[in-house]
Design a protein around this ligand. Sequence first.
Ligand code: UD1
Length: 425
Amino acid sequence: MKRKPDDAFMDSIRIQGGIALQGKVRIQGSKNASLPVLAATLLTGEGSFIRNCPRIADVHSMVSLLKSLGCIVYWQERGIFVDSSNVRKGVMPREAVTGMRSSLCLLGALLGRCGEVNMEHPGGCVIGERPIDLHLSALKQMGVAFSEEKGQLKAVAERLHGAYIVLPFPSVGATENIILAGVAAEGETILEGAAREPEVLTLCRYLNCCGACIEGAGSSKIVIRGGRRLCGTEFRVQADRIVAGTYLLGCIGAGGSVFLEQAPAEEMEAVLLAAEEMGGRVCISREGIYVQAPERPLPVKLVTSPYPGFPTDLQSMALAVETKGSGCTSIEETIFENRFRILGDLKKMGAHIEQTDCGRVTVQGVEALHGTKVEAGELRGGAALVIAGLMAEEETLVGGCSYIYRGYENICRDFRELGARVTSV
Ligand code: UD1
């Protein structure tokens, strides 16, 4: 029998729109929690088993990176075993680093483990400049010296030490790097202005399970007492709040009612509030989140902001939903500058959107969107185009889907479970 190719290896997604969603879907493990925890396994020099990691491109890249550093790494069911006892040198291969921005959190972990790192400037989604100045200046305060040789970033810490650090902006990645370096540093690190994202809390919970002493995670002041011996452990990452939010907004846009199994409602307050403002009915249980779509999405005023605000990673999906809203919605993006790259494609589908300045759009809801050929230019924007396809009449073809598979295990399968007609081609 000829094997059907796996959805995740195809580059386009074909959607037959206009079908209300119905049913339940299990939410995959969190990408943004798994990646820093996997990086943190380096600090233990022992074996750790990280449960509930999603099988997505970014996690596969992290696995390759850890292997290239000398770790023994393998998947077991839905978890990843990492033994970092053989890591000696912090040299990261070019291909792996330029493709994935979260390789940046290996910087703090490797400095802690080896005291020296050589890496390329990290890559990631095409959503703006994404500088790393906050990472570098914080690590400098902890005794790290940086230099550049032939485009390579070289970081050396003769003696990593604690510091009093104030972040002018609560960068998630910089917070994670400071924590990773801080647990290995001598003495105490006090971090003010820390990111409060749940994924930061998860990283600290993992490290504390390994024997670290970190207090205040989840608040904007984190205190790390460094220099303790860490040991490997077994740990489970939570379900992905952004994937859950994508499917929740997909339902609000396409209509129907869905149950999001294992969705982390406690991490999704701003999103659930927005869904209710859009007219959705939301019920939370211990098993997950149930959502029922309104007749037509009500207009809202959305501003993205650091956690616990509305996440920038769900802004494009909310925008797609409001293209068929019953009024005029305004959306302000305050975190990343290039998050409105999907405007052209949404307009091609019949949406009325006006960009008033680089960080702000107004959307006048229309009665119908029309299917056409569109192109994913980045991870979250790509997922938003799939949602627009579900909402549109006729057929939509979304190209460039390798971006989407960086964050979604199988978005086609998941929407099919909810009754949508979605295939990868
Ligand atoms: C993480 C998430 C990403 C999410 C983002 C914001 C991971 C793997 N990725 O990305 O999904 O969209 O948080 O919630 O967890 N900045 C600087 N200088 C720096 C660092 C950041 O100016 O040194 C700026 C960025 O350009 C951006 C803003 O700060 O405008 C937020 O970045 P940051 O919080 O660091 O995001 P990431 O950790 O890259």
